[in-house]
Design a protein. Structure first.
Lengths: 288, 356
């Protein structure tokens, strides 16, 4: 097996030291022209928890993730990340690659892999922020650069081992089956050795069996590695089973926050999903 | 990629090698032997063609780094080669800079120019960026022909032949070694670059720039790096053109040069070092082949022979179209297919059964 301490143990030791709040969003407002996607959203993500973010279509779940990872710039409000070093970083004005360097990794609703590259290269890109080396040292591939590539390859091999991707290692990602692509995308996020992992609909388009195995991987990274995870998903059945805490969004606001059981029986949540509120009769919703 | 039957790597280092399999190394040695023997058996005509191929390979690899690997379309190849050629030539001619130093300076100046003209890539993608690089081409073309005080305008610039280790590079035989070493070095550098951190970032920007930024790649910086690296080698190719013929004329660096180089990497294979070489070779040799064919059939079929010069124009376009339709991944992919076929020859499975 590869040298270096496996990520599993390092994180478990690290878990106690996690800050109470890894992420704090306060009064976050995001507008696209006349459409308000997030309307003064305030919420937090606690260290070491598995937080589920749910809500009807268009509630602003993905917008929250996009704001955190720097793809959207909120007009108002702040996002504060407490980093590994205990320092607090304001994310709302940072570029996406700087946020990634702080240890925030994510997956996308519509799988966004580097489809012409192999699984291995995709995961090696997850190591990008941890590596050094420019054009010259890369082109010469000599000395330190060579060692670095091998070191990080060892780390990536541990992730491959964890996600059971061995048979796919040198396959070109674009040729993989959909379910496998989802696993590779999650593996790529894990290769970044994240401090905070954001998963946008990790079980979308999967059958029951695949959903179950994905849920298992999410639980494993959360429990074995002690990772703080935020999951956005429509599969309420899966999410209620695995989440420590659930935040429900509707029209860009937080309408409920608590344990899965509390949220399940919250009248505001039932209203939001079934659309029974008298003052808003025409709204579409989906059953919880 | 074909499966590595019977090859077991026990160290990451060997698995990550550029030529991890014995057969690949054998082919490399064969190629090296051919390159060593070739100049002693070839006529000056073929040596000249070989030199052109080597220079075009450097330029094509440069362009492929930008277009094939990073996905930024450029129509400014001719302009960047011109910057390389004129910088190298004028430094040597006017300031007496040793030719080696002036070639290196030319690469750096071209890299800087490429970075500058790459700035629009912050906002522009695809065809829009192509038009922005077309502007670079037009500006440089105008500069070459109208900035008479520096470039001599439409007059040719004549350079002294470079001298390496006391040998004057004024024959194709002598220049051959320089050209082949440069092309080989460029290919090795590019291949190494593409399997390490920055090269992967190039490919990430090409495939999915949003995902690239979220995984920690500074997309804009990476694009500019690609422009700089690409232009460095394109400038090198330009400088080599200048010292190959010892003459610089603006006609060699027009928009059609840009198109010819794009054709090379499309026909050869986008995002492939081997493809850059194969494409450069085919596109350089094709006109020569047609001319030779014309001479050969001049007596037997004079009418067909007289039509051939026109065919020369058409064949160029036809070859590109045929490749785009039948093998968009170019000669490089054809070569891979051939390798895959012989990999299991003569005990081939039926097609489709070999890969799951």
């Amino acid at each position: 097996m590869a040298r270096g301490s496996p990520p599993v143990h390092r994180h478990r030791a690290h878990r106690e030291g996690l800050p109470r709040h890894i992420l704090e969003l306060s009064d976050l407002t995001l507008r696209f022209g006349g459409v308000t996607s997030l309307a003064g959203l305030t919420m937090d993500v606690r260290g070491g928890e598995l937080l589920a973010l749910i809500g009807p279509n268009g509630a602003g779940k993905t917008s929250v993730l996009n704001c955190i990872s720097g793809l959207y710039r909120p007009q108002e409000g702040s996002i504060t990340l407490t980093g590994r070093d205990g320092e607090r970083h304001a994310l709302a004005r940072l570029a996406p690659h700087r946020i990634a360097a702080l240890g925030v990794a994510r997956t996308f609703q519509n799988i966004e892999l580097f489809k012409h590259l192999t699984v291995l290269d995709n995961l090696m890109l997850g190591r990008h922020v941890h590596m050094n080396g420019g054009v010259l040292s890369g082109g010469l591939y000599w000395g330190r650069q060579r060692e670095r590539e091998i070191e990080h390859r060892q780390y990536v091999e541990q992730v491959i081992d964890f996600m059971n991707l061995e048979p796919l290692r040198s396959a070109v990602v674009g040729n993989l089956a959909y379910g496998n692509q989802r696993l590779v995308e999650m593996a790529r996020a894990l290769a970044l050795d994240p401090h905070l992992l954001l998963l946008d609909e990790p079980t979308a388009g999967m059958n029951a069996e695949e959903k179950e195995s994905m849920a298992r991987f999410i639980l494993d990274v959360h429990e074995e590695q002690g990772l703080t995870v935020v999951v956005v998903d429509h599969s309420i059945d899966v999410i209620m089973d695995i989440a420590d805490r659930v935040v429900v969004l509707d029209f860009g606001r937080r309408i409920a926050d608590g344990s899965p059981d509390e949220v399940r029986n919250d009248p505001a949540v039932i209203d939001a999903y079934l659309g029974t509120r008298a003052d808003d009769p025409g709204r579409r919703g989906e059953a919880p | 990629m074909s499966l590595d039957c019977g090859v077991f790597h026990t160290r990451y280092e060997s698995d990550m090698g550029l030529r991890p399999r014995p057969l690949q190394r054998l082919r490399l040695v064969t190629l090296a032997l051919f390159v060593l023997v070739f100049p002693f058996v070839a006529s000056p005509y073929w040596l000249d063609l070989a030199n052109q191929v080597a220079i075009a390979t450097v330029g094509a690899i440069g362009l492929n780094i930008l277009v094939g690997y990073t996905g930024q379309i450029s129509l400014g190849q001719g302009a960047f080669m011109a910057i390389g050629a004129y910088t190298a030539g004028l430094l040597t001619l006017n300031f007496g800079v040793p030719w080696g130093a002036s070639v290196f300076a030319a690469c750096l100046v071209t890299a800087a120019a490429g970075t500058f003209f790459g700035l629009p890539s912050l906002r522009l993608k695809g065809l829009y960026l192509a038009i922005a690089t077309l502007a670079a081409q037009e500006i440089v073309e105008w500069g070459m022909t109208n900035w008479t005080a520096v470039t001599g305008g439409t007059e040719a610039i004549v350079l002294p032949a470079p001298v390496l280790l006391g040998v004057r590079m004024n024959t194709n035989f002598n220049f051959y070694w320089l050209a082949v070493l440069t092309a080989g070095g460029t290919a090795l550098f590019a291949a190494n670059l593409m399997r390490t951190r920055i090269g992967r970032a190039f490919a990430a920007v090409r495939d999915q720039d949003i995902a690239a930024s979220v995984i920690g790649v500074d997309v804009f910086r990476t694009k500019l790096l690609a422009f700089a690296t690409s232009s460095f080698f394109v400038g090198l190719a330009g400088a080599m053109i200048a010292f190959h013929r010892n003459i610089i004329t603006w006609e060699r660096f027009t928009l059609s040069t840009s198109i010819v180089f794009l054709a090379m990497i499309i026909v050869g294979g986008l995002g492939s070092i081997r493809g850059s070489f194969l494409g450069a070779a085919l596109i350089t040799l094709l006109p020569a082949m047609i001319t030779n064919l014309g001479r050969a059939i001049q007596d037997t079929a004079p009418q067909a022979a007289s039509l051939l010069p026109y065919a020369q124009q058409a064949v160029f376009g036809i070859v590109i179209i045929l490749f785009l339709i039948f093998e968009p991944r170019g000669l490089s992919k054809l070569w891979e297919n051939a390798k895959d076929y012989f990999h299991v020859w003569p005990f081939a499975y039926r097609r489709g059964e070999s890969r799951g």
